[in-house]
Design a protein around this ligand. Structure first.
Ligand SMILES: [Zn+2]
Length: 137
């Protein structure tokens, strides 16, 4: 597994810059249109991550981290190991302390928690179902 020596809770722009400065063997490109409504994709053959340039900034950030997880595992394409990738992405993007605070502050409202933590509501749902609930159980 390739290490991810980056602060992945930083902004999309900063993470992209950090990837270049760290000299990671992966190229990030913006794409005008990805098939099947995909937000991003990764190709192990070309070591390239494509991100839909029309996405909101926060969604770009979450998509980039998701695709970096595929890169770190050398997954041949997105769609492989999707549950593992989503669980790891949520873990990398969300600090348990900040999550607990936001959940109390916003009474469990997924949209407001997502807004507070600057992630998509999908990431919050993944965090809840794939990590948080499992740990709490
Ligand atoms: Zn994926």
């Amino acid at each position: 597994m390739r290490p991810l020596p980056l602060n992945l809770r930083d902004t999309y722009g900063h993470v992209r810059m950090a990837i270049y400065s760290a000299g990671l063997d992966v190229e990030i490109r913006s794409a005008d249109h990805l098939p099947n409504g995909m937000m991003g994709c990764y190709s192990e053959r070309t070591r390239t991550i494509l991100i839909d340039r029309r996405l909101p900034y926060v969604a770009k950030r979450c998509t980039l981290v998701h695709e970096l997880v595929h890169w770190s595992h050398g997954d041949d394409r997105c769609g492989l190991h999707e549950m593992r990738t989503r669980a790891e992405t949520a873990r990398l993007l969300i600090s348990p302390t900040e999550y607990a605070l936001a959940e109390r502050m916003y009474d469990g409202n997924v949209w407001r928690i997502a807004d507070e933590l600057e992630v998509t509501s999908g990431i919050i749902n993944d965090y809840r179902t794939l990590l948080h609930d499992r740990v709490a159980a």
